[in-house]
Design a protein around this ligand. Structure first.
Ligand code: SAM
Length: 277
């Protein structure tokens, strides 16, 4: 029984770093001619109403995307343009999920495989993506789905792995899945989102990646308060085969995002190399 619903959390600071990095990965991948396949192992419902009962419960978006003034982040123009697309009347009533960012950035020749296991969210996602023949929505385990999908026919892919970490095994499953997918398709670009609730879990996950055969791995993290001070204190993206432009693009912007999103000046941004090329 799946109880996690992303509609309670959409647009929070964890989504901001996730979708800023995803936007950059997709932008870079679609600069070149050959078709790409986008694989979203945990796709969610697609688009989120920030005035809904779920989102209104904690209004997490107010401490996330709601704090960002686009004029202060000119380099995030693409990210904001996707938010604009789901808010045609202006304002911020809706927040796009990862499939919507992909829908906006993929070209006609690209395609997307979206896995979502929650039946209600999968139905909503299917309705949201209906009519866009580039995308296939599957009510299927995204960890297993990814292994079946790689290598893609185009031999180029951007993969987002964004589980809810509702069950603690997810911390192990993500590393095993990355290692299995990498073995079958070592040239893909993979992005793994993680929350920092207990730092030791993330340290363990990173240690397991280091022990694996996976090469060329970097991590970007955005924190809003010190570790161990309650709830999700930071969130990050671990990227395999990151484009060479990513570091120069992300480092300055994450530092400024941390200043805006951090609580009581405790925000921080970090980047490190987990495994060399
Ligand atoms: N990627 C989405 C976005 O950025 O908008 C958010 C995804 S949310 C963090 C995680 C989603 O994974 C939830 O909608 C949950 O129902 C779904 N889920 C949980 N376990 C899954 C599994 N094994 N395979 C596919 N989806 C799963």
């Amino acid at each position: 029984m799946l109880s996690y619903r992303h509609s309670f959390h959409a647009g929070n600071f964890g989504d901001v770093i996730k979708h800023v990095v995803l936007t950059e990965l997709l932008r870079y991948a679609t600069l070149k001619g050959k078709a790409i396949t986008y694989i979203d192992t945990h796709a969610g419902a697609g688009c989120f109403d920030l005035r809904s009962e779920h989102a209104s419960k904690l209004n997490e978006w107010e401490q996330g995307v709601g704090r960002l003034k686009r004029g202060e982040f000119p380099e995030l123009e693409t990210y904001f343009s996707v938010i604009d697309e789901v808010n045609p009347d202006g304002g911020l009533d809706f927040y796009p999920g990862s499939p919507i960012f992909a829908q906006a950035l993929l070209r006609g020749r690209d395609s997307g495989k979206l896995f979502e296991l929650h039946s209600r969210d999968c139905e909503t996602l299917t309705e949201t993506m209906a009519g866009d023949l580039r995308f296939e929505v599957r009510w299927f385990d995204g960890f297993k789905g990814l292994i079946k999908q790689v290598p893609p026919p185009s031999s180029r892919a951007v993969v987002l792995i964004d589980p809810p970490y509702e069950v603690k095994e997810d911390y192990d499953t993500v590393v095993q899945t990355l290692a299995d997918a990498y073995r079958k398709f070592p040239t893909g670009t993979y992005a793994l989102w993680y929350p920092v609730v207990e730092r030791s879990r993330i340290d363990q996950m990173v240690a397991e990646i280091r022990k694996s055969e996976i090469r060329d791995v970097r991590r970007w993290e955005l924190g809003v308060k010190p570790d161990g001070t309650g709830g999700m204190t930071a969130a990050g993206m671990i990227v395999l085969n990151p484009p060479w432009t990513l570091q120069d693009k992300l480092d300055p912007v994450l530092t400024r995002l941390a200043a805006v999103l951090g609580n009581d000046h405790a925000g921080f941004a970090a980047c490190d190399v987990i495994a060399e090329e």
